[in-house]
Design a binder for this molecule. Sequence first.
Ligand SMILES: Cc1ncc(COP(=O)(O)O)c(C=O)c1O
Length: 490
Amino acid sequence: MNNMFETRGDMSFQADAEIIVQALNNFYEQSIAGEGRVIQQPPMSALIAEMELDSLVRDGGLAGKKLAQFIDRYLAAITRIYHPANIAHQQAVPHYMAALAGLVDNFVSSDGSIYEFGPASVSIEYFLINWLLQKVGWRPAPLNPQRAADEIRGGGILTNGGSLANLTALIAARTRIAPQVWREGNPRDLALLAPAETHYSIARAAGIMGMGHSAVYSLETDGRGVIIPDRLPAAYDRIEADGKRALALVANAGSTAVGLYDPLQEIGAFCRERDLWFHVDGAHGGAALLTNKHRRLLQGIELADSLTINMHKLMRVTALCTALLVRDAQSLDQAFTQKASYLFYDKEQPGFDFHHRTVECTKSVLGLKFFMVLAAMGEAGLAEYIERQFALTAEAYDYLQSLADFECPVEPQCNILCFRVKVAGDIHLALRDRLLARGNYFVSTAALNGERYLRLTLTNPATSLDDIKGLVREIREVLDSDRPGDSPEV
Ligand SMILES: Cc1ncc(COP(=O)(O)O)c(C=O)c1O
């Protein structure tokens, strides 16, 4: 077996894998027990020296004891995702099955888009896209893709992240409205409708597509940053008055800063009326589709043309793993070159190639980890987890609102919660720095209506209300230590 790896000395796949598994297990046990700091940020120069990167590269032979030492040093400087006080970002706290899938995939080194490279990996991605399409209420793709479809069928692609999925959706929307773009370049009259609260990847996509940020027309929102459907006609008329054409309207399911859902039913009806491509960015909150209890947040989703859902946010899958789903598979088949779909459907093969639907050529296998997590938890188990996190966030909201010295700007709808300490002046960025320097709680921040808030994303199944209470005590302690006469604690 060793020969296969061109190894030397005491290198052995199985022995080294056991070292890694042991180290990861220790990391997990310590993290979940809340031992040590959730976050530490030593200077990078010190870390590069500490991990002995120079000599490892020079001498080689990373195996056995050397490997154990390296991996311990590495894990010591990794933010502890499983720690109950990891309540900052939208990144999933993964199920271990995702890691095992990663091991399998990296070992066999398959491909996620070309059937002949990995019939099993591509089949799983095809299966998962169909599974998700049915959750949306769209028709799944036929299992024999060569059969000419006599009706509109859904389709999709797993992408390396929500940003890439959003870009892909907008490219498909642009091809629909301006099919000559691939030959003649971008027409000058294209515009995009989106609320200011959309993730920055939407404006970035407009930039990448050569439309420029000024082509993004802001939709009017209420005080919570949620689209006001009654104002949609005025926004659309503004575009027309400027001599432009809207290629798509983008809505959030939930917004990045505060996790709120736009009213998809009303927006969808408007888009259908105007024959306007409707893209829903459900990178964060699309997971609510999996629970009967919260599915209503996405009511009207079936009216959309495309939907982004990240599995590496609320579905316990390691980054990156995103699905871009479309109501009509043809719109994605034609996204990159107009004629690709005809070429594709003429081809006889036992499976399916995804490569005409993606920016990438070689594409990493993304479905295996999602599938293995889903199969380990079962769909009911995953739904139960999502419901637990939403319920915990609602509890944390009630608790913070009950305190005289804290307030939340909006009632949460998913697992994102913003709050502030009731003090004069904008202290929250500095407060976050102080909290991170202490390392006991990892929180993020976001702005809404020009006001800065601390922000929690409760994706961690190990976090409970007691951790939120502990955070409140910690914040009060930090603020007390800042009072005149006291010396700062950090
Ligand atoms: C609503 C929304 N869309 C898109 C993204 C980008 O996703 P990714 O980080 O996977 O590129 C995010 C990430 O936070 C998001 O919250």
